[in-house]
Write a protein that binds this ligand. Structure first.
Ligand code: AP5
Length: 208
């Protein structure tokens, strides 16, 4: 299974991709996580990307493609994968097709109005990238990851200003991918409001 998850910021793509990847035994490839690792290591690519990310804008295609290409070349990705955050525009979709064919594009249909609060309350494990929410999915101990005891961090782009830009970018650049994948016959739409467990059942039923 080679799938990509599409939806606006905060739709739950990362939360669901991490769970589905574990169940299906394939890697979860998040370009956001890969780019944040580059920023954390202060690599040349990370230093170039960080300004765009903090402002909620798309990182230039060439930089994202470089991290994705390197990740897809690792042996675990030959079994299949779940892409989360790529492609983000039509040019990226075409670049991806030159490397690999997708079996599914899963669209997370959500109420955008509810997502700002979700994002402002999100906290993420700096080590394993598990996603929490201070209101809806809190860790057992505040600000500590249940799985590995690392500190949870608040993403610098999870503030109201950057979130507004991220929604605008999504509508303009990413939403056109829905009709693109619809035409290819691989788009599946899942209602993505409700409990994380119920949504996971819907996601998995579209990936079998
Ligand atoms: P990226 O990391 O991809 O962020 P995003 O697309 O904005 O998506 P999010 O991670 O914000 O949301 P999500 O849908 O994964 O939600 P989550 O599961 O975490 O990209 C960040 C930046 O990197 C971009 O702005 C750009 O600069 C750059 N970038 C990345 N890829 C790029 C590309 N291809 N090209 C160019 N630039 C790129 O959940 C959100 C919150 O909601 C959490 O707190 C969670 O606990 C909670 N939650 C989840 N599900 C539920 C539920 N069912 N009910 C209640 N709460 C829930």
């Amino acid at each position: 299974m080679r799938a990509t998850f599409i939806g606006p910021p905060g739709a739950g793509k990362g939360t669901q991709a991490m769970m589905a990847a574990k169940t299906l035994g394939i890697p979860h490839l998040s370009t956001g996580d890969l780019l944040r690792e580059e920023v954390q290591h202060a690599s040349k690519l990370g230093l170039e990307a960080q300004g765009y990310m903090k402002a909620g804008k798309l990182v230039p295609d060439s930089l994202v493609l470089a991290v994705l290409r390197a990740r897809l070349a690792r042996p675990d990705a030959t079994r299949g994968f779940i892409l989360d955050g790529y492609p983000r525009n039509l040019d990226q979709a075409k670049e991806l097709e030159r490397m690999v064919a997708l079996d599914r594009a899963i669209y997370f249909e959500v109420n955008i109005e509810e997502l700002v609060t979700r994002l402002v309350e999100r906290r993420t494990c700096a080590t394993c990238h598990r996603v929490y929410n201070r209101k809806t999915q809190p860790p057992r101990v505040p600000d500590v990851c249940d799985d590995d005891g690392s500190a949870l961090v608040h993403r610098p782009d999870d503030n109201r200003e950057a979130v507004t830009t991220r929604f605008e970018v999504y509508q303009k650049e990413t939403a056109p991918l829905l009709s693109y994948y619809q035409r290819q016959g691989i788009l599946r739409t899942i209602p993505a409001m409700g409990s994380v467990k119920d949504i996971q059942v819907r996601v998995l039923s579209e990936m079998r």
